[in-house]
Design a protein around this ligand. Structure first.
Ligand SMILES: [Zn+2]
Length: 232
């Protein structure tokens, strides 16, 4: 634990650590059906669509998704993001890993590109981080055995995105992110939890491109069904 933690966040961090420790010892409810069993019980795990790495497209920007954002996967992601259920991260990790593997298989094998490719997370708002105390995507990235960089900084707090269409979302987001100086000349594959309109991913690409980096696409745990285009 960082010694620089302020007095107000220190007790929160401690209580969080205790909750996590208790979670290891006590039975947990399945985020899919509520049965006391596992983070995601066998029945619910079996209901996760086994068509990993669905390929979605937005503005010619390839997005590889591990699953569609519905059913058990949607419930698990909401629990991870809104209910402190970090214990479901291992259940979601195979979906992200499948998306990543598929991205590597699909990306053009230009010499140097794949070897130098780095996963890049997109910063969540400070208020979201304070509320949760963790970054949901980072938890799943680690459990998937992947490593992500953080080449973007949030420089402006966007307004709430709920209810906005793609164009309005993009207008709201443009200029909210900035690439860090070290990103220049590097090649990134963005990583995020869910793609809905793709506005966040497009803003991340814009910021990185402006900072002299290349973004070849994105991998996500899940994509909203209406955005899914069957892969070829
Ligand atoms: Zn279940």
């Amino acid at each position: 634990m960082a010694l620089s933690d302020s007095r107000s966040t220190f007790p929160q961090a401690v209580s969080r650590a205790i909750r996590e420790a208790i979670g290891v010892l006590l039975p947990v409810d399945c985020v899919g059906c509520g049965e006391t069993d596992a983070s995601l019980c066998e029945d619910c795990s079996a209901s996760v669509p086994d068509a990993p790495a669905v390929r979605t497209l937005g503005n010619g920007f390839p997005v590889w998704a591990g699953s569609s954002y519905d059913g058990v996967v949607r419930r698990a992601l909401l629990a991870l993001k809104n209910e402190q259920r970090t214990d479901v991260a291992p259940a979601l990790a195979p979906l992200l890993h499948a998306a990543f593997e598929r991205a590597l298989a699909d990306l053009p094998m230009r010499s140097g590109t794949i070897a130098d490719l780095q996963l890049a997370t997109i910063p969540s708002s400070r208020s979201a981080y304070r509320r949760r105390g963790y970054r949901p995507v980072d938890r799943v990235v680690v459990k998937a055995g992947l490593k992500a960089q953080h080449p973007l900084a949030l420089i402006r707090q966007p307004d709430d995105q709920i209810g906005l269409g793609l164009t309005a979302r993009q207008g709201n987001l443009v200029g909210s992110l900035r690439a860090r100086n070290w990103a220049r000349g590097r090649t990134f594959l963005l990583v995020d939890d869910v793609v809905t309109t793709g506005a966040t991913l497009l803003e991340a690409r814009r910021a990185l491109a402006e900072g002299g980096a290349e973004v070849v696409g994105a991998v996500v745990i899940a994509a909203t069904p209406r955005r899914i285009i069957a892969s070829t």
